[in-house]
Design a protein around this ligand. Structure first.
Ligand code: AMP
Ligand code: ZN
Length: 472
């Protein structure tokens, strides 16, 4: 059955049927982290939904070209007003490292987080500092279209020359709060933004480059657009990021890209809603209230349980994070896997019903990535007594290639490390022997005895393992 993918497009504020520019191929650009600190679990939420999308597209037989960038220069502490310190240079100075060392260190830490969360790497990670020439060339193109001007501190985009400015964000430019976009001394319009900032005369920056306008460094918005152009082209299918990017970063990206090329930049803009703490407090790197994935792992949580938690809410809804919420998610996640671990490969019954579940799970995901609904259907499938274990496992394998919850990997069960009483070990060994002799009735009886003692056995090809049923 062919499924039609629908995605909510921020441009139109509606769910649209997804039609790629080139049949069978999809290009995705995901705004990556600013690498001056560890990613927090909120940031990481913004990479789970593009991963789900990418795997769904693979499942639907699309070829996907995916880029995630690293913002390793140019993101300022007061980025909405193009003022403040460069976050990377500032953190490097505080930590006694070079900006280059620091940004590579956090980029690598981010990659490890992705691995822990089963997030597939993009085809390419791009570092903004590797695309300086492309960024300068993009400013030159904008210059040829008379869309830039220079001030004492940098080169700015003249948003009055781009009539559609702020369209996606539905910005009320007249009424824009001056406080949120203060016009710098010589800015012509409050929405104008820096393409290139000059190095301060009295200060030697670590990251700075010559340019036709003066020595300096690129603006954060320019970087992403230049990397999209360099790696994917002037019009791409999908661009993703967090909702905070809508009013400034992505608004500015559209102005740069469309101002330069005269072509529509992105067909589908997808934005993930924020992870918040209790009382809707936002989690932010710069707010200093953040939790990293490693913090959770050190507290004894499985990284995949965090992925499970993230998938229990739709990517466009707020996710309220608390220890309690994660604990419940982990309990549910392990319980689901325990049920899966008990499924019997040799049970055949109602394969069509199982396929019907698969269709409904994929259909839920095709409906703007409705992961919570897909998870609910997985629970129903696993517990459906009418379907044989063999078929359930086949479907779970298929859908887990999209959800990436490691549903068939039981290594993160904490109770695997519990001591197994000798009586249980003896029963397990007797059961294994019965199985080898194909006395399945006796093997089942022994398994029942084992489960009455709170344990279960999992069979591999040539071995078995005894595990505890208690989830604590
Ligand atoms: P940054 O490293 O600050 O450039 O952010 C990396 C990504 O995380 C961006 O797509 C942001 O929109 C996103 N992001 C930042 N804070 C949160 C949050 N609390 N919840 C979800 N996503 C966030
Ligand atoms: Zn970006």
């Amino acid at each position: 059955m062919t499924q039609q993918l629908h995605l909510f497009n921020t441009l139109t504020r509606s769910k649209e049927i997804f039609v790629p520019i080139q049949p069978g191929q999809v290009q995705i650009y995901t705004c990556g982290p600013t690498v001056y600190n560890y990613a927090h679990i909120g940031n990481l939420r913004s990479y789970i939904f593009p991963d789900l999308l990418k795997k769904l597209l693979h499942f639907l037989n699309y070829e996907v070209q995916h880029i995630i960038n690293f913002t390793d220069v140019g993101h300022l502490t007061a980025d909405t007003i193009d003022q403040g310190e460069d976050k990377v240079e500032q953190a490097a100075a505080e930590q006694g490292k070079t900006a280059w060392e620091l940004s590579r260190f956090y980029a690598d830490a981010y990659k490890r987080d992705l691995e822990s969360l089963n997030i597939a790497f993009p085809g390419k990670f791009t570092y903004a500092t590797d695309y300086i020439q492309e960024q300068i060339d993009l400013i030159k193109t904008l210059e040829s279209k008379e869309l830039i001007y220079s001030t004492a501190d940098g080169v700015y985009y003249d948003t009055s020359g781009f009539p559609d400015y702020g369209k996606m964000a539905k910005l009320d430019i007249e009424g824009l709060d001056a406080g949120s976009r203060v016009a710098a001394d010589q800015k012509r319009n409050k929405t104008d933004f820096a393409l290139w900032k000059f190095s301060p005369a009295d200060q030697q920056r670590q990251m700075e480059w010559e340019s036709p306008w003066g020595k300096g460094f690129p603006g954060w918005h320019l970087e992403c657009t230049a990397m999209v152009f360099a790696e994917l082209g002037q019009t791409i299918d999908i661009h993703t990021g967090g909702t905070d990017h809508i009013p400034v970063h992505h608004t500015n990206e559209i102005a740069q890209a469309e101002g330069a090329s005269g072509q529509p930049f992105v067909k589908y803009w997808l934005h993930g809603e924020f992870l918040v703490l209790d009382q809707s407090r936002r989690m932010g790197k710069s707010l200093g209230n953040f939790i990293t994935l490693n913090d959770l792992i050190e507290q004894g949580f499985s990284a995949r349980a965090y992925r499970y938690l993230a998938l229990t809410s739709h990517y466009r809804s707020f996710l309220t994070f608390s220890d309690e919420a994660l604990k419940s998610a982990q309990t549910a996640y392990f319980k689901l896997k325990r049920l899966i671990s008990g499924l019997r490969q040799d049970q055949e019954r109602n394969p069509d019903l199982a396929t019907d579940y698969q269709d409904r799970i994929v259909e839920a995901l095709c409906d703007d990535l409705n992961a919570p609904k897909a998870l609910g259907l997985i629970w129903d499938l696993v517990q459906d007594k009418g379907i044989g274990g063999k078929h359930k496992l086949e479907i779970l394998r298929q859908v887990d290639s999209i959800l990436s919850l490691s549903l068939m990997d039981f290594t993160d069960f904490p109770e695997l490390h519990l001591e197994i009483p000798e009586s249980v070990q003896t029963l397990a060994e007797q059961r294994w022997q019965a199985r080898l002799q194909r006395d399945f009735k006796e093997a089942d009886r022994l398994r029942q005895e084992i489960s009455e003692q709170g344990f279960d056995v999992r069979d591999a090809k040539d071995s078995y393992e005894v595990v505890s049923l208690s989830l604590g």
